[in-house]
Design a protein around this ligand. Structure first.
Ligand code: HEC
Ligand code: HEC
Length: 436
């Protein structure tokens, strides 16, 4: 792996050149997008990990990446030429739509919040419930989902794209064969694997620059690893700097509006035992079974209401939060954790009242703000300002009594060893808290 690395760098440099220059003139690469792959020289870029995430049957090449980008922004991939991937994953909005849940063709809203495409190449599985194993398999779903892009079946997509002479040529050039659905997904995935975002103040701090983040962010990092217990699911280390364990946990988000047991019974009656990804996709995006999360994929009771731990980079351009977009601000998400989530029979054992005070929540948000890549610095500061202001008056999730363990949900009745008494962390050297 180590020896292949210089080659990869060379390749990425070439991709950067192609995307910024030659390909922007191509007819297919619609001009509304100006995203370019970021340099691998970014602080915090996990070079070793990156070399693992390029699948053997889909090596990157500049021509393939350019084709994938053209497809990503092409509205003709939707039934009525109204939606492209970018409609819900806009580069300026951190590759999200900043809506609670996404709007597809015919202005229909789905049940789920659009996660970012940035750094998605590192995900062990794709989607909030992990129903797609790879970026390639992921890309095939929204095109066929009746309320996202609404194409009837892969054959129709291939016929539509194949009727465009320039695509015919580009597919031949890149793959050496006529347009087909697998290659279409491969090209899109190859493009997505150029969209990574690191180089944040936090990454610079961990690389040794003690002044890269504020004192408040340093305290937040300490709380993140200590009293806040965030690191038990959103852990960081230099080779896995994505702030996620990629596992599935019920943290009580959909317990707000779902009565899990009858819903799970309904799901089992609905899902054919052989139900493939496409059926799960339709149930997850278009029905109230969505709140069951990972259970739709595994049918295992311990996965009821469980969703994938999301990464935490660039959160101040990807608001609102959680799989249903139910929390408007980072303070609201932290209030959710602070009170011990929303009680339900399937709640993850790691979700307990935290006893965080107001300034500790502010410090946690300051830490999360330090996970902002340079391209989003301005937008994030603005959003931070808005959220800060809102957090002073509007806190729908705040429940101080529950957070302090004074409301029926204490360490003893949760059966957990820690309850609301998470360990304090020493602050002498916060850079060492991340397990270096
Ligand atoms: C109508 C809005 C919409 C369109 C169009 C759309 N997406 Fe998405 N995308 C979403 C939503 C919502 C999710 C989360 C769905 C879920 O997890 O059940 C998602 C999930 C993803 C993910 C998974 C990210 C992760 O962290 O798990 C990727 C990658 C992605 N989309 C890429 C694409 C690509 C490529 C296209 C075009 C072929 C596309 N999307 C079209 C809304 C959209
Ligand atoms: C038990 C595991 C677990 C712990 C502990 C945990 N999280 Fe999470 N986190 C998750 C999961 C799972 C999700 C997605 C949940 C969903 O949407 O249903 C998530 C989502 C989030 C999101 C929303 C991300 C997005 O893109 O919408 C934020 C922000 C977040 N967590 C911050 C924190 C902070 C801060 C802490 C510590 C106070 C913390 N988490 C503790 C598992 C955890």
């Amino acid at each position: 792996m180590k020896r292949a690395w210089p080659l990869l760098l060379l390749y990425l440099a070439t991709v950067a050149l192609v995307l910024s220059g030659a390909a922007s003139a191509a007819v297919l690469a619609a001009a509304q997008s100006n995203f370019t792959p970021d340099s691998t020289k970014q602080a915090g870029f996990p070079a070793d990990l990156y070399s693992w995430v390029i699948p053997a049957d889909n090596p990157e090449s500049p021509a393939k990446v350019a084709l994938g980008k053209a497809l990503f922004v092409d509205r003709r991939l939707s039934a009525d030429d109204s939606k492209n991937c970018e409609s819900c994953h806009e580069p300026a909005k951190g590759f999200t739509d900043q809506l609670p849940t996404s709007m597809g063709i015919h202005n229909k809203f789905g049940q789920r919040n659009a996660p970012t495409v940035l750094n998605a190449m590192f995900n062990v599985t794709q989607f909030w419930d992990g129903r797609a194993p790879t970026l390639e398999e992921q890309a095939k779903q929204p095109i066929l989902n009746p309320i996202e892009m609404g194409m009837k079946n892969p054959d129709d997509v291939v016929a539509k794209i194949n009727a465009i002479p320039e695509y015919q040529n580009r597919f031949q050039e890149v793959f050496g064969r006529p347009v087909n659905y697998d290659d279409l997904a491969r090209a899109i995935a190859a493009f997505e694997r150029t969209q990574f975002a690191f180089d944040t103040p936090f990454d610079k701090f961990m690389a040794g620059d003690q002044h890269a983040i504020t004192d408040s962010a340093k305290r937040g990092w300490s709380i993140f690893n200590g009293k806040g217990r965030c690191m038990s699911c959103h852990g960081w280390n230099p080779t896995q700097p994505l702030f996620t364990d990629f596992k599935f946990h019920n943290i009580g988000v959909s317990a707000h509006k779902s009565d899990f047991t009858p819903l799970a019974r309904k799901a089992l009656a609905t899902i054919e035992q052989t139900g493939g990804v496409q059926q799960i996709d339709q149930l997850a995006i278009g029905t109230d079974l969505s709140g069951l999360g990972r259970f739709l994929v595994t049918k295992q009771p311990h996965d009821i209401g469980a969703f994938r731990t999301m990464g935490l980079r660039n959160l101040l351009v990807t608001q609102p939060y959680f799989h249903d977009g139910s929390q408007a601000t980072l303070w609201d998400t932290i209030d959710h954790y602070n009170k011990g989530g929303v009680p339900n029979p399937f709640l993850d054992g790691g979700i307990v009242p935290l006893g965080l005070g107001e300034s500790e929540e502010d410090d946690l948000v300051a830490f999360l703000l330090s996970l902002t890549s340079p391209a989003y610095e301005r937008a994030s500061k603005e959003e931070y300002g808005l959220q800060f202001k809102r957090s002073r008056t509007d806190r729908p999730q705040r429940d101080v009594a529950a957070a302090m363990g004074q409301k029926g949900r204490t360490a003893s009745n949760l059966g957990g060893p820690f309850g609301d008494i998470g360990p304090e962390q020493a602050l002498e050297n916060p850079a060492q808290l991340g397990g270096r």
